[in-house]
Design a protein around this ligand. Structure first.
Ligand SMILES: [Mn+2]
Length: 465
């Protein structure tokens, strides 16, 4: 019989606590990813280690590669913990970290087998779906909860929402929903059903409309004047006295009018308005009007910190630091949003973008940052009519090319992008993998053309589009 993931977490926890009690396996290095889930993972682990008095460092990485693993293994940490990444590199980790203890806490499809000092905790090994049921931060949380008290359960929820781990009705499911229950029953998080705009129902409505990118609201997203005009046309005051109107202030009737208007706008431009509806998760102890009060927007803030190049700010904010850290995070969010808008604006004009049948290609080389290409293809995959897949690429360090692949939510295709990216990534001298609907590859830049041709051919034949 299969062990349950929580039992395995307990085993790993007793092993580590025992060794730490003896003064072994310190200091610890945590290597984590820079997206919202990765930063949430780092926050969970770092909080737990601090509570346990275990000295540690956190290292942020955009991705793993053999070169990077070799560099990391040159540093003398007796214990390395990889979070929100690593499962795709089990064999490389085994060979680079010989005779040292490594713990991988991840939810990407495993490639290879643990052993030789490598411990591995991943929902896929326990009959769970790592794409949907549990995030990287969720895996870290299962372990942290075994090791100590006091790591708050909303952090792994931010990770799950950042990774879009919601089902078609917009709900968290699987182990994520058990963590949610914990957060709700302790009074930390409140769940509501409402229109899902940036910042949540207590955030200034005009700004919420302008800042919502999932789904993008044509003509409104990124345009504050248009957002104000839309409200005026619907007879909704932008402000009452010196207080900004929020979604919460609207009557049910007004809310319906607004919702219909938004649905109409999005649908007529070919987008999918479905993401507007669903559950909203509110962090009750956060100030009203702060984007951190809405857990999805919290994830957006973390993403911005990581992608714009200040992941440590995101880590501190995820851990609960406020004041200057939050101000800095909000500045990074504005910068991130401006970058996204700049790119989306160019795509709208038909620049940097081309169509191959029902595949949309984002030609980001020389233009788009490697840390933003994934977000852009995700947004496009949810907001472009008649598209089955979106592929984007951008150059990155070490003369490598980063390729991001997304399946459009509207398409029901049996293609598993993790399998495709893994197979092709390896065939072209690099690596690939990820999730069934969202994956990526890292290959030598000079192989890009051939890689893309084969990728497109493979998606086309497997989908019959
Ligand atoms: Mn993740």
């Amino acid at each position: 019989m299969r062990l349950k993931i929580a039992e395995e977490a307990r085993k790993i926890s007793s092993f580590l606590l025992e060794r730490w009690r003896k003064g072994d396996l310190v200091p610890v290095r945590v290597v984590t990813h820079i997206d919202a889930d990765g930063l949430s993972s780092g926050a969970v682990l770092s909080l737990a280690l601090r509570r346990l008095g275990v000295p540690h460092h956190v290292t942020f990485v955009k991705y793993l590669s053999l070169t990077l693993l070799e560099e990391l293994s040159n540093d003398d940490y007796p214990l390395n913990i990889f979070s929100d990444l690593g499962s795709g590199y089990i064999e490389d980790i085994k060979s680079t970290f010989k005779n040292r203890t490594v713990l991988i806490l991840d939810h990407h499809m495993p490639n290879g087998r643990p052993g030789d000092g490598v411990l591995h905790l991943n929902p896929f090994d326990f009959g769970l779906n790592g794409d949907l049921d549990l995030s990287g931060a969720g895996v870290c949380y299962l372990l942290a909860r075994e090791m100590c008290n006091g790591v708050p359960p909303h952090i792994p929820l931010v990770g799950a929402l950042g990774d879009m781990q919601i089902n078609r009705s917009g709900d968290l499911v699987g182990m994520n929903s058990s963590i949610l229950n914990e957060a709700v029953s302790s009074g930390l998080v409140e769940v509501r059903r409402d229109i899902r705009l940036f910042g949540g129902p207590e955030y200034p409505l005009a700004a919420a409309l302008e800042r919502t990118v999932d789904p993008t609201i044509p003509g409104i997203t990124g345009n504050s004047l248009a957002a104000v005009k839309l409200l005026e046309d619907l007879d909704i005051p932008v402000k009452k006295g010196d207080k900004w109107t929020t979604l919460e202030d609207l009557s049910e009737d007004k809310k319906k009018v607004l919702l219909n208007k938004l649905i109409e706008r999005i649908s007529s431009a070919g987008g999918d308005p479905k993401a507007l509806l669903g559950r909203i998760y509110l962090l009750r102890r956060e100030k009203r009007g702060s984007p951190l009060r809405d857990l999805r927007s919290f994830a957006t803030v973390l993403n911005a910190c990581g992608r714009v190049g200040a992941p440590y700010i995101g880590l501190f904010v995820a851990q609960g630091m406020r004041g200057e850290f939050v101000n800095r995070a909000f500045d990074l969010l504005s910068e991130y949003r401006r970058a996204l808008m700049r790119y989306l604006g160019r795509f709208e004009k038909g620049e940097l973008i081309s169509r191959r049948g029902s595949i949309l290609l984002v030609e980001g080389e020389g233009f788009v940052k490697d840390t933003i290409i994934g977000t852009l293809v995700s947004i496009l995959s949810r907001n472009t009519r008649g598209v089955a897949f979106v592929i984007g690429y951008a150059e990155t360090d070490h003369e490598m090319m980063k390729i991001s692949i997304r399946k459009a939510a509207s398409i029901s295709s049996g293609v598993n992008l993790n399998d495709v990216a893994k197979k092709l990534g390896e065939a072209y001298g690099g690596r690939g993998g990820g999730h069934a609907d969202a994956a990526g590859a890292l290959i030598p830049a000079q192989k890009l053309k051939e890689f893309l041709e084969e990728l497109i051919r493979s998606l086309e034949t497997q989908t019959r589009i």
